[in-house]
Design a protein around this ligand. Structure first.
Ligand code: 5GP
Length: 130
């Protein structure tokens, strides 16, 4: 069965899309830790990020870097934090989270509730930087 992220990539489930190329896809996390919290995923389904082949893992990092640089232009932050958990969705992905402090990337804290319009506006602003 296709993962929820494969369904997003295929356009079967809506998302706030940030970027896409032949191998990778980026979109806003629906339950963000911070405004601009983005997920970067390989289109190829693979549960565990460290089971990706070296070339794809390297490509994922380079793609994530481009997206992170765009997020930095839009969201005031000290830097973009990177996290890999994968405990919820079994499709390898990297979290990019704008940070003002270490606490901003605590997955234990309550998630933000952002209006659809705000998510759309953030996604559009990040896309414009790419
Ligand atoms: P993890 O697998 O890294 O523990 O967490 C999965 C992440 O994916 C969570 O931060 C969650 O909010 C996000 N997520 C789960 N389902 C969806 C979805 O349908 N759309 C989007 N945009 N994000 C999702």
């Amino acid at each position: 069965m296709a993962s929820i992220f494969s369904k997003i990539i295929a356009g079967e489930i809506p998302c706030y899309k940030i970027a896409e190329d032949e191998r990778f896809f980026a979109f806003l996390d629906i339950n963000p830790l911070a405004k601009g919290h983005t997920l970067v995923v390989p289109k190829q389904e693979c549960d565990y990020v460290f089971d990706l082949d070296d070339e794809l893992l390297g490509g994922l990092s380079v793609f994530a870097k481009k997206v992170a640089k765009a997020i930095e232009q839009v969201i005031p932050c000290k830097r973009i934090g990177v996290a890999v958990l994968g405990l919820e969705v079994p499709h390898a992905h990297v979290h990019l989270v704008p940070l003002q402090s270490e606490a901003d990337i605590s997955f234990a804290k309550p998630k933000l509730q952002l209006a659809k319009e705000e998510m759309e506006a953030v996604a559009e602003a990040i896309r414009a930087q790419l």
